[in-house]
Every structure is written in C-alpha cells, then in structure tokens.
Design a protein around this ligand. Structure first.
Ligand code: PHE
Ligand code: ZN
Length: 881
C-alpha cells in the first residue's frame, strides 16, 4: 500500500538507481511500541551519475529518529523527510560513503502484515514486495543488491530466539535480561529478501549433507507443543534439497536453512534468503488434523520456497514487472518436483483443473494481464494466477519445444550467466535461445500478451488416400488495453489413435512443422496432413495440456470415449472424459434454465463406469475421472448470461443419474478403497482415500440418505476421511440431523485448533443455496472467527465468495453487498487481503442481467467509498472498467 494514489508504473521507465548500496549493517532494538532500527548503508554513486544528484530513499509510513552521513549527524538543510521519502543532498561524487538511518516502529500496530509486525507475540517481517520501506528508508527495489549484517537485541524471556538471514556469527548477553544475536548473509540480496524473526518458539532440527559434502543445519520453528506436526515439512524439505541437486545440479549455499511458521500471514509463504517464513497452514500436519490435500500443499510449498533460493534469490528480478521470472519458473519447478514425488498424470490433472479454475477466468475478465505486464499501479495486485500459473505453463512449453536436454542446457546457461544478478524475462529467454540455437522470438509473445488463445480444429479423413488433414486456427480475444493480438507459437502434443487403440505411425507428414508428437502452430491458420495411417485415426490433441489454450474441436462423443479408453497419455484420457462430461453438463444447464428435464447420454455413464472399474488405473486417477466438472467450471464454459441456480439444478440432475448407474461400482470401491491400519500420507494411500470419498458421495446421492456419510465421519481416524464426510453431510444434506450432529461434533473436538476450524468454516461457507449467507454472518460472530487473521477471513469469507456459486450469487444480490461490506472493513486494516477478496467479483459481467446489476451496485459502492487503499482502488477500478 502506498499513500500517493493514482501513481502508475511503467516498464519503459526503468532505469538503474543513481546509487548502489554495497553493504547494510542493521541493529534492531526490539522493544514493543518503542522498537528502534538503525541501518547503516555503505553507498557509492554510480558511474556517470551527475554529482549533484540527490539520494532518494523509499519509505512507507516511517518515523525518522536521526540521520548521519559518514557517522556525522546530518544538518537539517541537507535532507528532506516525509513518512514516504528521505532525500539527501550534497553526497560525495565518488568513493563510498555511509548513511545511517534510525527509525522508530510499533510492530504490534502494524495490521497490514507488511514490514515488521507481530503474530501471536512473535516479531516477524514480510518485505516482498515493498515491505522493507516500512522498516527503514532504503532503495527498496529488487535491483539493489547488498550484503547484510544484522544485529538483533531483545528481551531474553519474550524473544529467546533472534533470527535473520544468512549464517549466525555471534550472540551474547546484555543488561536488563536482554540479549543479542548477529547474523551475516554473504550473498548480496535485494531488500525484499530480508527477514527477521524474534520470539519464543519450538524447533525441529535436522541436517542435510549436500552433493559436495557440506553439512547444512535445518531448522523448522513452530509454536511450542506443535513440533511433531512439523515432521512432514522437514521430510519435504530434505527431499526438495536432494531433488534440486539431482534434477538441476543446484546445491544449497549457506550453513543453515531455517523455516518459521507464523499464524498471521497474507500469503502462503516467503522465500527470504536462508530464513523462509511460512503461513503455519503450510507447515503443520498430522493425520488427525491435516487432509491429504494439506500434505500435498505442504510438500509443494516447502519445495517452492526452497527452489527460490536459486530461481529468485541467487538470480533475482530486475524490477517487479519481471515477477514471473522467479514465480513462473519456480512454480514450474515445484510442479515437476511434485510430479516426481507423486503420480505425474494425476498431478497434471490437478494443475490443469486449478489453472482453468483460476487463471482462465482471470485471463478472460477485466483483470487480465500478460505474465510480464508493462504497467501496474499496485504491485501487490500482481501476485496472480497469471504470473504464477500461466508463468509456469510458459516455462513448461519451453521444455516441450526444446526437449528435456535442451531445456536443461538453457537453465544451466541461465545460472552461469546471471548468478548474482537481477535479471529480466528477456535474459531468461535468451539463455534458452543461445544454449540451443533456437529462435524463440515468436514464442516469447506468451510472456507479453494477455488472454487465453483458442485453437479451433477440424479434421478430415480421406479413406481413399488413407490420409488425415488437420486444420488449425488460432485466435485470442481482446483483453483490457490489448485489442490487436499477435500470432503465437503454440506447441500441441498429439496422438493418432487407431480403432484398436494402438497409435498410428504415419509414413508421411506435411504442412505445419511436426516434431515427434508435437505440432507447432505458428501461423493464424495451418494444416497438417498425415498419410498412410492404416485406417481412420482419432486425433487426441493437446496431450498433457502442452499449451494452456481453449480447444474448440467438435469431436464426436464416440471419439472422446475412444480417447478416454485408449490414450497412452493418462492425462489425455482424463481430458477427453472431462470434455465429454462438460458437454452433457452444459446441455443440462441450458435445459434446466428453460425448465426442461435433463437426460444423460448413456455413453458418458458407460465411460465413467469403465474408468471407475478399470483396475489398471491408479485410484487417484479414477477419483479424478469420476469428479465431474464443478459448477464454476460449467459457468466458465458458458461464458455469459450465467444463472448459477440453473447450472446447479442441471448438474445435480446429471449427478443423480450418474450416481444411480454407478451404484454397484461405487459400493465396491467404497469397500475396496478403505485404508485400514496406520495412516500414511503417501500418494497411493491418498489416492485410495480420494476414490473412496468420491464413491461415498455418489452412494450418498443414490441412497438419498446421510447415514452412510455419518458412519464414515464417526469412524474416521484421519482428517481426510472426516472432512470429506463432513462436506458430503453439509452440502448434500444441509440442515439434516446428521449434518448438524457432525458439525457440532467437529467443533467440539477441534474448537481449540484454528487451522482445523478453518476447514469447518469453509465447508459451511460453501454449502449451496441462498440461506448460507445468514449462516456465514452468524459464524462471523463466533469465537472461531477474527477479521484480523487472514486465514480465518479466507476460510470463511473467501470460501463463500469464491467457492459457493449459488450462495454468493444469490438472486437478490445480498451476497455482493455482504462482500462489499467486508472488503471495506478489512481494507482499513489489511489492504492486501481486502483486494484479494474482492477479486472474487472479477467475472461479474458474465452473470445474467439481474445479478449483474446487483454486482455493479456493490462494486460501485466500494469504488465510491472514501479512503480506499491503492490495493482495493486498483482492483475495483479495473473490475468496473
Ligand atoms: N514470493 C512468495 C512466493 O511465491 C509469495 C509472497 C509474495 C509472499 C508477497 C509474501 C508476500 O513464494
Ligand atoms: Zn514464489
């Protein structure tokens, strides 16, 4: 959050700073509301900078105590200071000089959770993107890399732990029950990677020996008493360290690696050099309190933050426009890690579901932006699905185009060239071009153009010549600020499946370039002709979701069923089944909108039964195959004039028909997929639990009876089974005695554990129907909720606004009004959280007219409110534009 409103930043305005900061030596005197920070910087005027150019340091709501230049108190006429800027004149023309800034802070009053704040009494910092300027005046931008030495002084009882980046150097006692510790980080870093933590926490210790034989101390700090719940995170950390050595040849570079779990955090976690700070939700897990999804998230996020040590920290970003240089690449790396740790196709299905659920709507709405934007007014609002998830897909496409070996060569060159630097997307792409001799100029458009491309496909098989012609055409709809779109390089993996399920190997291929199983679509319209196929093949296109596109391909249901049955690429099997189901669900939504009865294509049911009962398929895959597209998925495909109630009615009718037909299979799976004995969070056991939960949900629908789910809930010995049964009870049988009983039992058992209660809040917030709003309001009044804690807000209000299509989009617009009230209330204390919550309104123009007008009114009320943060004002303006 910034106080100057209306400022817009442009990539084209980039220029380096006039001064370099070489070293920073800081002292933090932690003392509650009288906390003092002394920062002594060694600076140097850069070559060619005019000798009268002043040093202009960033601040945000700072209070200056004193200023010294070369250790002499600065005279008043030498500088100008406001809470947001410190300008210093008459500095040396050459050589180094020092500037010492002393500021005073009240961490407990910092409710934005940016800069130095307190979470459950623990002092902690969050500096990305622009939090460091809330601690001291600084050149707070990612291209200013300095070596930090940090001394922390604090009360021995309140803060026995005093942590910062790098390696520990010294520690000792001070007068008055106080003590100090000194940390030194030898790796030059930008200020956004700075971190400090001080408090009283428990620790889990371990050691990792790197490939070259160095021993690294590993420490995870959590609330006292929760140490046992950090075991899985520690295991994931060691596997991540090993994986980065094995797959990318990257070793850790300090003597110690630390992770701290805090309970008040705006995001998932933060990759501060050598001292990652985590939302405790992504550290703590045990069978009783965490679901399989929690375990998978912990593994992925621990890996993500660790991988940032090279992609983000050793090579950082030149400016914030380059955010996806570190985020897209690091997401790609954590996706690959999880794929190696678990099932690759199942992981890919989960990624694509998430991409379509979050990134596609973003790219199709008012907040669309390219992965590498050229303008922003609030950088906090660019930590988006596009920068992260689409950014990762773009890296994946580079790997598809270059192949594994070429990709690794490019990565190696990138590290060789840019280690220790602040780099750009152009640097990154050039490394791949130079390492492999490939021209990626057209491909790079993916970084610079917003919107999801649509590829329209038609096929024509000529029996006489045994040849298949595939006609492809690409287009991208206009997005805000970009009306004319460029032609992109779209790599489409494919397969040609013959009638017996085997793959055709055409003797001749002509037209667009085809490399192995990749068609390179590089023009607006292109054709590929495959000859001598050995019969009419079914084209399976965009295998593995090789390109993040919408496919417009009128494939027959029989062809989709053929792919679902025979593809060697498991992801493509799921994709075909999902596409088949989507068609039926779209029809159902339209029929129920017109008040007509819904009939379900028996071929879909047959295909679902076939997948469900195919024991050669892993349970986790079968669970995905049986999980039909969500109401939100259907809304996205419809694209306009959306009536969430009609979508739900249609989908429920389809589910009911499927459930009836699937009953015997579901019954069998329900028995066979039980996982008795000691709980193990491994992917195979998790897959069985997932499949059993899907079976339970179909059975509950078919039986129209909550008893079976209540039985599972009562007998569950782990949170995965318990939470899935509770969700079935609360969503399929709302208000039933069984649902009420289970919700009360859950609250009674876990009432003292906020992270577990978050699940209870979310499940209730997502219960379909117009009545849920009042229930959510009621939950806000209980002791379980706090507007000050981001996890609680997301679990209740976030889940309601983004995970409850019929409840949130109530016909009378009350859901939107409620969200507006909450956004305004939260904005006063935590703008970042408020702005993120508000993005749940981004697809408002796709609603049917009545709801659309209610949504517009709620958005306009926010826009008209006084004292909006730049975060919320940026989102609301773009959403209404
Ligand atoms: N850089 C963090 C990550 O993705 C995300 C983050 C951004 C956390 C801003 C806090 C604040 O790993
Ligand atoms: Zn990241």
């Amino acid at each position: 959050m910034r106080t100057e409103t209306g400022q817009v930043f442009h990539l084209s305005d980039y220029r380096p700073t006039d001064f370099a900061i070489e070293t920073v030596s800081m002292t933090f005197r932690l003392a509650g509301a009288d906390t003092e920070v002394v920062s002594q910087m060694t600076l140097r005027r850069r070559d060619g900078v005019p000798t009268d150019a002043p040093l202009v340091l960033d601040g945000d709501a700072l209070q200056l105590v004193s200023l010294a230049i070369d250790n002499e108190t600065a005279e008043g006429q030498r500088y100008e200071v406001t809470p947001d800027r410190l300008t210093i004149h008459d500095l040396p023309a050459d050589g180094t000089f020092s500037v010492t800034v002393t500021t005073k802070l009240d961490p407990a009053a910092n409710t934005q959770l940016m800069g130095l704040y307190r979470s459950n009494g623990v002092y902690c910092t969050q500096c990305e993107a622009e939090g460091f300027r809330r601690i001291t005046y600084f050149l707070d931008r990612p291209d200013v890399l300095a070596v930090y030495t940090v001394r922390i002084e604090g009360d021995r009882s309140e803060t026995p732990l005093l942590l910062s980046n790098g390696n520990p150097v010294e520690a000792g006692a001070l007068d008055g029950n106080r003590h100090y510790a000194v940390w030194h980080d030898p790796h030059p870093k930008p200020s956004y990677l700075f971190a400090l933590v001080a408090g009283d926490l428990g620790v889990v210790d371990d050691v990792f020996t790197t490939a070259s034989g160095r021993s690294v101390d590993l420490k995870i700090y959590v609330e006292h008493g929760k140490e046992a719940r950090a075991a899985y995170a520690m295991d994931a950390l060691k596997r991540s360290m090993k994986w980065d050595e094995d797959v990318f040849g990257l070793e850790y570079d300090l003597d110690i690696f630390q992770i701290v779990a805090v309970s008040d955090f705006n995001m998932g976690a933060m990759e501060n050099k050598g001292l990652n700070v985590f939302n405790d939700k992504y550290v703590l897990a045990d069978p009783e309190t965490a679901t399989d999804a929690d375990y998978a998230n912990i593994e992925a996020i621990i890996a993500h933050e660790y991988f940032h040590n090279w992609t983000g920290n050793r090579i950082t970003c030149r400016d914030w426009f380059q955010l996806c240089l570190k985020e897209g690449l690091t997401v790609y790396r954590d996706h690959e890690f999880s794929a190696d740790m678990r099932s690759r196709p199942v992981k890919r299905i989960a990624e694509v579901r998430l991409l379509k659920a979050h990134q596609f709507p973003e790219d199709a709405g008012p907040l669309a932006h390219p992965p590498r934007p050229v303008t922003y007014s609030e950088i906090n609002n660019f930590y988006t699905a596009t920068v992260y998830e689409k950014g990762s897909e773009v890296v994946r496409m580079i790997a598809t185009i270059l192949g594994a070996e070429g990709f690794r060569k490019g990565m190696d060159l990138y590290f060789e060239r840019h280690d220790g630097e602040a780099a750009t997307i152009e640097d990154f792409v050039k490394s791949f071009e130079d390492a492999t001799g490939t021209d990626l100029a057209q491909f790079a458009i993916w970084y610079h153009q917003a919107g999801t491309p649509t590829v329209s496909v038609s096929v024509n098989y000529d029996q006489r010549s045994d040849s298949l012609t595939v006609d492809l055409e690409q287009s991208v709809a206009a997005t805000p600020g970009e009306s004319a779109k460029k032609i992109m390089h779209i790599p489409l993996r494919f397969g040609l499946l013959l009638e017996d399920g085997s793959e055709a190997e055409p003797a001749e291929v002509s037209g667009a370039r085809v490399d192995g199983d990749v068609i390179h679509l590089t023009e607006r319209r292109q054709s590929v002709v495959f000859k001598s196929l050995g019969g009419r093949p079914v084209l399976s296109l965009n295998r593995g979701f090789s390109a993040p596109i919408n496919l417009s391909f009128e494939q027959s249901s029989a062809d989709l069923a053929h792919i679902a049955k025979h593809e060697s690429d498991a992801f493509a099997r799921w994709q075909a089944l999902n596409e088949f189901a989507m068609r039926i669900l779209l029809d159902a939504a339209k029929l129920s909108r017109d008040g007509r009865t819904v009939a379900v294509d028996p071929d879909l049911i047959a295909a679902l039964i076939a997948s469900a009962s195919d024991e050669t398929l892993e349970p986790a895959f079968r669970a995905q195959a049986l999980s039909l597209p969500s109401e939100a998925d259907i809304a996205r495909e419809l694209g306009s004039n959306i009536d969430p109630d009609a979508i739900k009615r249609g989908r429920d009718a389809v589910l009911a028909a499927v459930a009836q037909a699937l009953k015997p299979v579901a019954e069998k799976l329900f028995d066979e997929m039980a996982t008795p004995g000691l709980f193990s969070p491994d992917a195979i056991s998790a897959g069985k639990r997932a499949l059993r939960a899907v079976a339970l949900s179909y059975l509950s629908i078919a039986e129209a009876d909550p008893k079976r789910a209540l039985g599972v809930f009562d007998e569950a010995d782990n949170m995965t089974d318990m939470a899935s049964a509770l969700q079935i009870l609360a969503h399929l049988f709302p208000g039933s005695a069984e649902a009420t009983q289970a919700l009360a039992a859950f609250e009674g058992r876990f009432g003292g554990d906020p992270l577990v209660i978050d699940k209870w809040l979310s499940i209730q917030a997502m219960a379909p129907g117009a009545d849920t709003l009042d229930h959510v309001k009621g939950l806000m009044e209980t002791r379980h909720f706090a507007l000050s804690n981001p996890n609680r807000v997301r679990a209740l209000i976030g889940a309601f606004a983004s995970g409850n299509p019929t409840g949130f989009n109530r016909e009378d617009g009350a859901g939107y009004g409620f969200l507006a009230d909450q956004v305004l209330a939260i904005d006063a204390r935590n703008p970042q959280l408020a702005a993120r919550l508000l993005t749940s309104m981004r697809s408002w123009r796709s609603l049917e007219a009545g709801r659309r007008e209610h949504a517009r009114a709620a958005l306009s009320r926010i826009a008209a409110a006084e004292g909006l943060s730049t975060d919320v004002s940026d989102i609301v303006k773009r959403t209404l534009a």
